[in-house]
Design a protein around this ligand. Structure first.
Ligand SMILES: *Cc1c(COP(=O)(O)O)cnc(C)c1O
Length: 235
């Protein structure tokens, strides 16, 4: 990467960290963790951000993550899968990631547990909730969280850490905030019953302040760090 690219990234990184701090201060909540979302971005940009101190990276596609991991080597990074996971990719995901944020059905729980290499320790998982009940979105319904929690708790190869959501992109901030608030209610019930539950993953470049105000402990940020993504080629 050229020095000027590094400067742009350094500036964007500093701005995002500042936004997290400001939002936390204004709402009287702890500063959340930052997950840098690198989908479609080259491994060189991940490496540049890692060199600035960022450690947790999110990827949407298993193959893309594997390619980047091969390029970057053992850089001590923490990899989160944040895209929909098909059961036939569960083996690769259970091997390659430290966290899977998109667990939304019992079959996937079983597949991830079966394929998690014991030497890697338990896989951290979040249950993805389709909080706005959108037909186009993955994630379980709020009523299904309890059954998934039980399924995950029965698997020593998995460690339940919390919940993740991608609310509908309502133009009105109040409606987005309302979805984040419903997530917080679900999360508080879960955390009260399960001491290991500590992560509420919600908020992206456009709405991280609203998510932090409603208690996000981890925000997933791509565009605000890396700039606009190139249009995705048809899959
Ligand atoms: C792409 C993506 C993000 C990051 O979105 P930005 O708007 O670029 O910050 C966060 N979460 C998920 C699940 C994503 O797919």
């Amino acid at each position: 990467m050229s020095d000027s690219c590094d400067d742009v990234l350094r500036h964007a990184f500093r701005e995002v960290l500042q936004r997290l701090e400001n939002a936390a201060r204004q709402s009287g909540r702890p500063v959340p963790r930052l997950l840098a979302v690198g989908k479609t971005q080259p491994a060189a940009k991940i490496a540049a951000l890692a060199a600035l101190g960022q450690r947790a990276f999110g990827e949407n596609y298993v193959q893309e993550a594997l390619a980047k991991q091969a390029t970057l080597g053992e850089a001590g990074l923490e990899w989160h899968l944040i895209g929909h996971l098909q059961s036939n990719k569960a083996r690769e995901a259970a091997q390659a990631f430290d966290w899977v944020q998109t667990v939304d059905r019992p079959k996937l729980v079983a597949a991830l547990a079966r394929h998690r290499p014991p030497a890697r320790g338990p896989l951290n998982v979040l249950i993805q909730v389709n909080i706005d009940d959108e037909a186009s979105k993955h994630g379980c319904r709020p009523e299904q969280v309890g059954a998934l929690v039980a399924a995950i708790a029965a698997e020593p190869a998995l460690r339940l850490r919390g919940l993740m959501a991608i609310p509908a992109p309502w133009p009105e901030p109040a409606r987005r905030r309302e979805a984040f608030r419903r997530m917080r209610s679900l999360f508080e019930v879960l955390a009260a019953e399960h001491p290991g539950v500590d992560t509420l993953s919600m908020g992206m470049s456009d709405d991280l302040e609203l998510a932090i105000a409603e208690g996000a402990t981890l925000v997933r940020v791509g565009t605000a760090l890396f700039g606009a993504r190139p249009p995705k080629a048809a899959a």
